[in-house]
Design a protein around this ligand. Structure first.
Ligand code: HEM
Length: 392
């Protein structure tokens, strides 16, 4: 019988057999221990994500019940339309493709500078020395955190990700990280509001208006906090997953070696095959019946996007890692009204960081004995990965 526990370490090691069993045997699965339902087939996950009227974000996106107001903790991810539409409209006015494009040279320089630090030996802890640094540094650049504060901010953002083995509880260090980040962003927003800002995203969000509506200072602090959570760890994991699956599938990496123009396909297929964000939670606004199972009103429902991406009903040969495939219909960045606001930024980061690495190096070897995974109920990827880069 299918069994799915999102906190189980053996599930973290390889969740895909569990997803397959759920898709085949229990497409609407119920977990008694944690009291939630799970959808695993592509069509079901896709239509539920589009159906915000039934599958709501009003309780946030975590499995655990949140005591505080979810819109304060998760910001836009804790809202439904019409409020979510207004807030997203304001954010989209400033979080533009032009702003992402302007970050390309900044990111190139950032990547080159980290690569220079290890260029001679080529032997690195890929997470600590590269992939774990760049996403938060780039977010800092975007939102206007001065260079001298960035190590501190990155440290707090990393503390935030601290987890205890197998348990849903938030450890002390993560709580401290949140308090520090919120305090820092609170002061930063106040200063920018007083006109001490610049051309950065924070100042732009504070000024942006849509149909006479704007965001409060508190909203902007919550937005900055959400970016540090949603845009940091996920991108780090995507970069490391690309190397891992590139090593496991040398024929696919060879295509990139022969044509660096294929790096975007490498990033995109990695995001489909082994997405860093695996599960999105919703709460049901009303009773809902699917595949003869009735989900009662008020139930937590897990959307298993990583399983949907491997559903053979929609994706051809889903368990084969293939950078040539049609990647237009994957759910790695979500679907519907909450579709990832940072998707273009994340894709650009994946592409530019790998481009810069493979301008200097021609090959790499992941030391598989060094690999360690994060044990989270949602994010999938490595906390340690030693890599030897080999020069051109
Ligand atoms: C590989 C990297 C990333 C992945 C896999 C990812 C994945 C996702 C997914 C699946 C959602 C939908 C959540 C839901 O429906 O409950 C989402 C939403 C969001 N993401 Fe990302 N994300 C990534 C990077 C980023 C970056 C770099 C940023 C910005 C700095 C960002 C900002 C956001 C925001 C603000 C939302 C909420 C949008 C809304 O509620 O309307 N993400 N992301």
């Amino acid at each position: 019988m299918a069994h799915f526990n999102p906190y189980d370490w053996s599930f973290h090691e390889d969740p895909y057999p569990v997803y397959k069993q759920l898709r085949e045997e229990a497409p609407v699965y119920y977990n008694e221990e944690f009291n939630f339902y799970a959808l695993s087939r592509y069509r079901d996950v896709e239509s539920a994500l589009k159906n915000w009227q039934v599958f709501s974000n009003k309780a946030g996106v975590a499995l655990e019940d949140i005591k505080a107001d979810p819109a304060k903790i998760f910001f836009i991810l804790g809202m439904d339309p019409p409020r979510q539409t207004v807030v997203r409209g304001i954010l989209r006015k400033v979080f533009t493709p032009r702003r992402v494009a302007e970050l390309v040279p900044v990111l190139q320089e950032m990547s080159q500078s980290y690569i220079n630090d290890f260029a001679e030996s080529g032997d690195i802890d890929f997470i600590e020395d590269f992939a774990g640094k760049i996403p938060m540094d780039l977010i800092s650049e975007m939102i206007g955190v001065p260079k001298e504060d960035r190590d501190m901010i990155r440290g707090w953002a990393n503390d935030l990700m601290e987890r205890i083995d197998c348990k849903p509880d938030v450890p002390e260090k993560a709580i401290e990280g949140s308090i520090n980040l919120l305090g820092y962003f609170g002061d930063m927003v106040k200063n920018k509001k007083r006109g001490l800002g610049g051309e950065d995203l924070t100042s732009a969000v504070l000024e942006a208006q849509l149909d006479g509506e704007s965001l409060s200072e508190q909203d902007v602090v919550s937005f900055l906090f959400l970016m540090s959570v949603a845009g940091n760890e996920t991108t780090t994991k995507l970069l490391a997953n690309a190397l891992y699956w590139g090593q496991k599938n040398r024929d696919q990496f060879a295509k990139v070696q022969n044509d660096p123009g294929r790096i975007s396909d490498w990033v995109e297929e990695t995001a489909r095959f082994d997405p860093s964000s695996q599960i999105l939670y919703r709460v049901s606004n009303s009773e809902f019946t699917l595949h003869d199972v009735t989900i009662p009103e008020g139930s937590k429902v897990a959307m298993l996007i990583a399983s949907a991406n491997r559903d053979q009903r929609v994706i051809k040969n889903p368990d084969i890692y293939d950078i040539d495939r049609d990647l237009s219909n994957t759910l790695s960045f979500g679907k519907g009204v909450h579709f990832c606001l940072g998707a273009a930024l994340a894709r650009m980061e994946g592409r530019v960081c790998l481009e810069e690495l493979f301008k200097v190096y021609k090959d790499f070897e992941v030391d598989e004995s060094s690999l360690a995974r994060v044990h989270s109920g949602n994010v999938r990827g490595f906390s340690n990965m030693n890599v030897r880069f080999i020069k051109c």
